[in-house]
Design a protein around this ligand. Structure first.
Ligand code: 26V
Length: 814
């Protein structure tokens, strides 16, 4: 059925009246927004039911992607694009005096993630639906998402993200699908019919209530499901009158404790804070998710023997690793299966992705905490460990060191990555170099023992959000140039290579970049009252603030450039605007000081008229998905400058590339594969290699003082951190200074400084040759199809999950 503008208007008006009971002329912007959400939902719902019915009755497999984080961003515009209703909707609403872009602003970002790992999960869901693959997400419906960042006097301040304040137009509460999750208590053993029974008693029950969000396929009929669990008390009515005074208070406390499980997303990225509430969150959603999958399976299949032929469960990092003992528990305790059969099914169902090699992020839990909170799960983990260690003994008799280094339980801890490695069929890294480091360093013992389990799946990003939605002008130019096939197959972007030298196409890409830069400049003017020149080079680093990502290397280079400009205001450089964005974990002092340093430097540089507007520094507050959508299309230069070996993959690097920015980066993560794709002349590489970094860590031999004394540029900028050059107290940045010199520069910032300055000089020269720059930019866009999450997900589907395309039949619209 063709949807006309008139028809859309009618749908909208009818919906408005039935929802709000008043005339459209009385509508508030929020009424307008909620109405549009409801209209779009109606377009989705039939397809959603059809998708669910098709999956329920097919004889094929479904995947469940378990993740503590899904960083979706806004959905309204994205869903309109996918349903191909964007234009009709815009025009229909205009005639009603409603501006779509204004009401879209009212939608809060669904910020249920910290950064790369959570956004990857969102891109993967998008690609699953695009590829018509039966794949769903499972996670937590946090009441408060990732905190909102405010900058006050240059410092980060965290405010709660109350994203559900006005309700959520996309979710459907499924109270009838709630399940119970049990914490604490004890396990009593009993015997019946020659079987040992494990009876979990005296536990605290928590009700897990699912909220389903449709994941819309791009211009197809597929609607998959993201199921997020919310914690509620199992008490039917919270009837205070039946409690005496003491119990009343206890009842309130109990309700509060239960609900706290899904209250807030932990704002840590790459750093373990061993709080028991976090472990509760992990078991809560994993148990709820597995119970609901088993229940659904049993509705359509008699025998759990074939579970792994119908269900694939993927664990996004170790956070959902309790899926392994939980599935064992259900198969053994509830379905009365023997250990060996349950283990066979479990280890054929579950697969695991590692996302970081930073030792401080590898999850481990003290055994006493774990055992108290999850007594039955602990027994199962203990048994898994016993059996695993005895098989290790078979292979490495007497090698206790090796066995201890691989055990799931050792030194008083449960080692989650070890549990993941033992209990899953596949272990993958997220970029080639990362997988090699896993195999040869971090998990080398496991690689020796289970070589067949290891594989690489280089990350990707969805071109629907990161090109079509965020950069519509570039998307149109691409379609006008090579046709629309690239929307179905991102590899086809390669055809743009034929236009890399075409002056007309070059001019068009340039015009669009300038348009996007002007829009970002206007936003910066509006928010920060700083004038940035769209003709300057927009040099951008947006990502979490972390030592290993080396925002301070970027800062030291800017300070050096500033020093050169003050010495010679006529220095022949193309004007530069350095843009930063990103959040620091609230407890990460050095990262928060880095934000203060960037803002302090910005306040100095931006006011200095001597340097004739050749340098500007901007810190953009509250970096999130929506802000990213405005920044990536406006970037000329993409800063990917992590200490080699530390950034597992990076995905921001891919978003920049797809929008035509040139990478300045180390040979780390996916930068290496970006270089392989575009060739060494279309990327600017500097710094130590991963091998060199790892060698320093193993053998020592690095001395930061030598670099300080040996390079006057380094000495000058480091001294400027502590000698009143910056308008702050003398000790404000002493910790950063001391990190370099007294803690020997953990991330090799000083070592890479000189080659980084050279790399920036090279960027300057390249930009001055407009023809060359545009050719490089187009080459990057043309090769970005390799980093589409469609490609990544096809590989997961084929190599790990064994799931297949299931087209959903057309549905009558209404
Ligand atoms: C780890 C931890 C550890 C313990 C507690 C809190 C917490 C929260 C999040 C994480 C995940 C950190 C790992 C992570 O985000 N890795 C990033 O994953 C991206 C997607 O694969 C990848 O592109 C980035 O390079 C990698 O840093």
């Amino acid at each position: 059925m063709i949807i006309t503008k008139e028809y859309f208007k009618k749908l909208y008006l009818d919906k408005f009246q039935s929802m709000h009971g008043k005339e459209i002329t009385e509508a508030t912007p929020m009424d307008q927004y909620l109405t549009l959400g409801a209209v779009i939902r109606d377009f989705i719902s039939r397809k959603w039911i059809a998708s669910n019915n098709t999956y329920a009755t097919m004889e094929d497999k479904e995947t469940y992607y378990f993740s503590l984080e899904f960083l979706l961003g806004k959905l309204m515009n994205a869903n309109l694009l996918k349903l191909n209703l964007g234009e009709i909707c815009t025009e229909a609403l205009e005639e009603l005096g409603i501006h779509l872009d204004q009401i879209e602003e009212l939608e809060p970002d669904a910020g249920l993630g910290n950064g790369g790992l959570g956004r990857l999960a969102a891109c993967f869901l998008d690609s699953l639906a695009f590829l018509q693959l039966p794949g769903h997400g499972c996670g937590i419906r946090y009441k408060y998402g990732f905190f909102e960042q405010k900058i006050v006097d240059g410092y980060q301040v965290e405010l709660p993200d109350n994203w559900l304040k006005y309700g959520n137009v996309w979710e459907i509460r499924k109270a009838d699908k709630a399940v119970e999750v049990r914490f604490g208590g004890n396990v009593r053993l009993d015997q019946a019919d020659g079987r040992t029974l494990f009876i979990h008693e005296n536990f605290d029950p928590v009700l897990a209530v699912p909220y389903d969000t449709p994941i819309v396929g791009f211009r197809n009929n597929t609607i998959n499901t993201l199921r997020l669990w919310s914690a509620e008390t199992t008490m039917k009515d919270f009837d205070f009158s039946t409690f005496n005074r003491g119990d009343y208070l206890n009842a309130v406390k109990y309700k509060y404790e239960v609900e706290s499980i899904s209250q807030v997303l932990y704002p840590d990225d790459n750093h373990l804070e061993g709080r028991v509430l976090r472990l509760k969150q992990q078991y809560f959603f994993v148990s709820a998710g597995i119970q609901s999958i088993v229940r659904r399976y049993k509705k359509h299949h008699a025998d759990l023997k074939y579970f792994h032929e119908r269900v694939a469960i993927h664990i996004n990092d170790t956070h959902p690793v309790l899926a392994i003992p939980e599935l064992m528990r259900i198969l053994i305790d509830e379905e009365e299966m023997g250990w060996d059969e349950a283990w066979e099914i479990t280890t054929r169902t579950i697969s695991y992705t590692n996302h970081t090699i930073l030792p401080e992020a590898l999850e481990k839990w003290p055994i006493d905490i774990f055992q108290t909170l999850l007594p039955r799960i602990y027994m199962i983990v203990h048994e898994i460990n016993e059996r695993f260690c005895s098989s290790l003994w078979q292979k490495y008799p007497g090698d206790w060191n090796k066995i201890r280094s691989m055990a799931v339980l050792s030194d008083g801890y449960v080692h989650m990555a070890h549990l993941a490695a033992v209990g899953s069929k596949s272990i993958n890294g997220v970029a080639k170099i990362h997988t090699e480091i896993l195999k040869n360093q971090v998990m080398s013992n496991f690689y020796d023992y289970y070589p067949h389990k290891f594989n690489n799946k280089t990350n990707g990003i969805t071109p629907r959000r990161w090109l079509l939605k965020s950069n519509p002008k570039l998307a149109h130019l691409i379609t006008d140039t090579i046709g629309s096939d690239w929307l179905q197959d991102s590899k086809k972007l390669q055809q743009l290579e034929h236009y890399a030298h075409d002056p007309v196409f070059q001019e068009e890409t340039h015009r669009i970049k300038q348009h996007n830069k002007a829009a970002l400049a206007a936003l910066i003017q509006d928010k920060y009252q700083v004038a940035v020149d769209p003709n300057s080079i927009f040099d951008v680093q947006i990502k979490r603030i972390h030592g290993y990502k080396r925002q301070v290397l970027n800062v030291l280079h800017i300070m050096n450039l500033y020093n050169r400009l003050r010495e010679d205001p006529n220095l022949d450089i193309h004007p530069r605007t350095f843009i930063f964005g990103g959040k620091a974990a609230p407890s990460y002092y050095m990262a928060k000081q880095t934000i203060k340093l960037i803002n302090t430097l910005a306040s100095v540089v931006n006011q200095d008229s001597r340097i004739k507007d050749k340098l500007k520094v901007i810190f953009m507050e509250n970096y999130n998905v929506s802000l990213g959508e405005q920044i990536f299309p406006a970037a000329d230069v993409s800063e990917q400058i992590s200490t080699a070996s530390k950034e597992a993959s990076g995905t921001g690097n891919m978003k920049f590339m797809m929008n035509g920015a040139i990478t300045i980066g180390t040979l780390d993560g996916a930068n290496i594969e970006i270089k392989e794709e575009v060739g060494k002349d279309n990327i600017v590489i500097f710094g130590l290699t991963a091998d060199q970094v790892l060698k320093y860590y193993q053998e020592g031999g690095y001395n930061a003082w030598n670099l300080y004394h040996g390079d006057s540029r380094i000495k000058t900028v480091l001294d400027q951190l502590v000698n009143n050059f910056l308008p702050v107290g003398p000790d404000e940045f002493r910790s950063i200074y001391e990190g370099f010199l007294y803690h020997n520069d953990e991330y090799f910032v000083l070592k890479d400084f000189s080659s980084y300055v050279d790399a920036h000089n090279q960027i300057n020269q390249l930009y001055n040759n407009r023809y060359k720059w545009l050719q490089m930019s187009i080459c990057n866009i043309a090769h970005s199809g390799k980093f589409s999450s469609d490609k990544t997900i096809s590989e997961y589907a084929r190599d790990i999950w064994n799931i297949h395309t299931i087209p959903i039949p057309d549905q009558p619209m209404f």
